[in-house]
Structure formats: structure tokens, C-alpha cells
Design a protein around this ligand. Sequence first.
Ligand SMILES: [Zn+2]
Ligand SMILES: [Zn+2]
Length: 365
Amino acid sequence: MPRDYYEVLGVDKDASDEDLKKAYRRMAREHHPDANPDDPEAESKFKELGEAYAVLSDANRRSNYDRFGHSGPSMGGAAGFDPFDIFASFFGGDPFGFGRRGGPQRGRDLAIAVEISLTDVLNGVEKSFPVRSLRKCQTCDGSGAEPGTEVTTCLRCAGAGQVQVVQRSFFGNVMTASVCPDCRGYGDKITSPCSKCRGEGRLEREEEVTVEVPAGVEEGMQLKVEGQGEAAPRGGSPGDLYVQLRVKPMRGVERQGPDVMVVAEVPVSQAILGSTLKVDSFDGAAEVELQPGTQPGEVIKIKGAGLAKLGRPGRGDLLVKVDVKIPTGLSQEEDEVMRQFASLRGEDVAEYQGFMGKIRSAFKG
Ligand SMILES: [Zn+2]
Ligand SMILES: [Zn+2]
């Protein structure tokens, strides 16, 4: 004789829909077979709960049940409902939060930004920096078991971390692999958890990470450091660390891949007559020939004095862009020489204003 449905759910005869839902939610979770692997009755209790809920949550079936009890019309026992489907409609597919299907879990990947200089881009660099993250517990070596205590193979899954379960569906029974509810997929059982990490096998700790930055890298590039991400709980493989490179800009230096451009201010006389220019380069002071008649904006190339090429031999070029400075505030003598120069070239220029003339035009301007 089946138990009274109200009694199964532990609610009164006048329970509202909300009361039924609450009661089912609480009890189904408690009696789910996956949560009670050692209770052989769990499955039938769970089924009974589902049946009680299925009937009482349906107004027609509930009023039939109230009048006729289990012998009423169209009760039909468990027909027309699936206790696991009802459960899934409340909790979804992963009610106990295992979130995975067997085997040890992998640690999460981490990302960190690291700043390097242009000199580092030229030469390549070994960078060390602290990373705070979940790391393997050194006390238990990541096993999660207190040192010297026993770790036994899980009997239910024989260490596989997975069990075959029969899933009921509208299409019949389907065999699927599921996380072993006894060991939660680890395949073993810890008798006394590590006191340091409380059985997790990992702890938050700061560790120095070293990464080899190759020459020629670009802003925003990522380097993957394998195994330096978060440690997995209880001995799974760790995640990876992604190092995002930030190249610190250098004042007055513009980078175009392996080439770099600098601007050199040149007095007008040097641009006209030519000269030897001194420029700062990665290799110290360098000299470039300024040809007579160099135009503003002209670029002089120093081959091979740029940055390294990523993954290739050789270096880019150093490009020196000429910025011709026009002198202001000429002395009377300089003014005279320039006028002479203009007249030789037949170029019309504004008349000499003298000192007071300059003042007046400044106020007008
Ligand atoms: Zn530990
Ligand atoms: Zn197991």
C-alpha cells in the first residue's frame, strides 16, 4: 500500500502550490540517489517523492486523490511521470555541483600583464615577477591527505572516478558515465584531510614566476607559461599562465615593427649646407651624414640599428626624420646676411622693421 502523498512530502492537506514546491525541493535533494550512494532505499524514496509531487501539483489529479485516495481513477501509479525529469526541472542537470564528468580537475588558467622596455625588445629578456595564486599544498604535496595517513581507492568506482548510471528518459533507459558520487571523481578517498589545506591539495601563495621574453616581441603579445596557472584541487594538472606583454614607450621613439623612428632637429644652415648629425641609438651615439639640401621631413636610414626581428635573425632599421628648425629673433647682422641671401636668389622678403617695428607688429598681431 503506497504511503499518503501528503505524508511523503511532509505537508498539510491544505498545502499551497508554493508549500508543495518548497517541500519537494528540500526533500528531493536530500533523497536523490546520487547523494545517497549507500542507501539502497534512496531510489524508491526518491521515486515516491516525485510521484507525490507529480500528483499533488496537478489540480485535477490532486482533487481526485483527495476524494478517492490511491484507488482513485487515473492515478496509475508511476505512469506518465519521470522522477528524474521532475528533479531536473527544479535543479537542472548537475544538482550536486560536480560540474565535471570524472577524472581529476584541471587548474584554472591565469593572465598577467608584464611591462618590458624597448631595450628588452632588442635583446630579449628574462623577466621574474610574483604571482599570487592557488598553488600545490607543500604539506601534502597536493594529495589533500594529511602526511602519513591512508588514501584508499574508492570502492564504488574502483578508482576510475566515474560510474555508469542508468538515465531514465522518454526514450527508455540510457547508460551514461557520471561522476562517482562517493569520491566526487577523484578515484580515491582520504581518511584524514591535510590540516594545512583542509584536503583541497592547494593553498593561496605568492610565487616568483620567470618567463623568457624573446627579442622582437610586440605590444600586447601573449606568452604562455605552461603549468604556472592555478593548481588543480588534489593533484590534477595545473592551469597555464598567460603573460601579456606591455612595451613601455620611449619618449621620442616611434616603433614600426623592427624599425624605429626618431626625430632630429636640424638648424636651417645644416639642412642647406649639409653636416654630420649625432643621434642617440640603441647602440649608443651614432653619426649620420646630412646631405646638403636636406628637406624637412626627409628620413635618413641607419640600416640594422633598429630592434630585433621576432623569430628571425637581423635587426630593423633606425630611421632619422629631419625636422628643420627655422631660427627666430635674428640679430641685426644675421638679418642682413639673410637679406643678402634672399636678394642673391631674387626672392622678395618683407622690409626690415627695426627694433620698434617688431614691437609694433607684435602688438598688432
Ligand atoms: Zn595539504
Ligand atoms: Zn569513486
